[in-house]
Design a protein around this ligand. Structure first.
Ligand SMILES: *[C@@H]1O[C@H](CO)[C@@H](O)[C@H](O)[C@H]1NC(C)=O
Ligand SMILES: *[C@@H]1O[C@H](CO)[C@@H](O)[C@H](O)[C@H]1NC(C)=O
Length: 299
């Protein structure tokens, strides 16, 4: 009887701890799926997306003409459809069609490190639910960083219209989103309004965007690769202790130049970003912009 109530107590105590900090507890557990290296052809398949993400930092008049310098020259067959944003109130974005990859491309400008740092290290970060008008049917348990939700909502309708135009003009069956946090939110948003095509997302130096329910939603619905370069500190922000969780799909570029696939959410291995950059001070901010297979983010 005594033994039984003791073990009951232990169980209850354990359950309480597990409930209070489910994520930290889980993060300590090694993930059993092995970490694998990408081969050269797999790495170079990402290269066009890095150029498209980098062109996201160029102003709308230049992306609308596809005359933005190195990034545009690297993908000469691209057909621009629409561009927008002012890089201040609304991040730059553009939409168009790549006839060689047979995909519509949506690119959202990433944030420069000095602009994003205060947003990500603020300990009073507000998480918010996703607006049902933009994300019909999304569970109210799914919560994201309110700053990212705001940023995504500003261009959402225009981006949706441009994607629909591109799909009908070019008969594409594939839509690819590049950038970082806004692109990830678009990856949840667009499939709620467009059907009959496949979506994929490739993002660079992605910060944590939402809570455990958001990460699980992304794992279930989004084909995502988020590529982290060496000791970039942005992907470890906002901290897991604030309730933020990364979806799966990490690829971590090693100091050696190898690209490793890190399975699971916030894989704690030292070969993945969570283990390699335990604290902000362990990071190197110059790694945020790349190079990603030779491509430095920026216009
Ligand atoms: C690279 O890996 C992919 C996926 O495993 C495989 O299909 C491909 O043949 C490999 N390519 C080379 C050059 O090893
Ligand atoms: C940060 O990274 C850059 C580029 O890889 C390197 O040149 C620099 O030495 C690094 N800084 C520190 C403090 O490690």
């Amino acid at each position: 009887m005594l033994a039984r109530s003791v073990s009951c107590l232990v169980l209850v105590a354990f359950a309480a701890v597990a409930q209070a900090a489910p994520r930290d507890f889980a993060a300590q557990q090694p993930i059993r799926t092995p970490i694998r290296a990408l081969n050269d052809s797999q790495i170079s398949a990402f290269r066009p997306y890095a150029f498209y993400a980098s062109a996201g930092y160029c102003s709308p008049p230049t992306t609308l003409q596809w005359d933005c310098g190195t990034n545009c020259e690297a993908t000469p067959s691209f057909i621009p459809v629409a561009s927008g944003g002012d890089s201040d109130n609304v991040q730059f974005w553009y939409v168009g069609y790549d006839p060689s990859l047979k995909t519509v491309i949506i690119s959202h400008q990433g944030t420069k490190f000095d602009e994003i740092e205060p947003v990500l290290t603020d300990v009073d970060i507000v998480m918010t639910t996703l607006r049902p008008s933009l994300f019909p049917g999304i569970s109210p348990l799914v919560e994201v960083h309110s700053g990212f939700a705001d940023a995504q909502s500003k261009a959402a309708r225009q981006v949706l219209a441009a994607v629909q135009t591109s799909l009908s003009l070019y008969g594409a069956k594939q839509v690819t989103m590049v950038g970082a946090a806004i692109a990830l939110l678009d990856s949840v948003f667009l499939p709620k309004h467009i059907s009959g095509v496949s979506f994929k997302t490739v993002v660079y130096g992605l910060p944590r965007v939402g809570n455990q329910h958001f990460a699980d939603y992304v794992d279930a619905h989004v084909t995502l690769t988020h590529i982290n370069n060496e000791q970039d500190p942005v992907p470890i922000l906002p901290g897991m202790y604030l309730g933020f969780v990364h979806p799966s799909g990490e690829v971590h570029i090693q100091d050696s130049g190898m690209w490793l696939q890190c399975p699971g959410q916030d894989n704690p291995s030292t070969e993945c970003i969570v283990g390699d950059v335990p604290e902000f001070g362990d990071g190197n901010v110059t790694d945020h912009d790349g190079p990603y297979d030779g491509v430095e983010m920026g216009c």
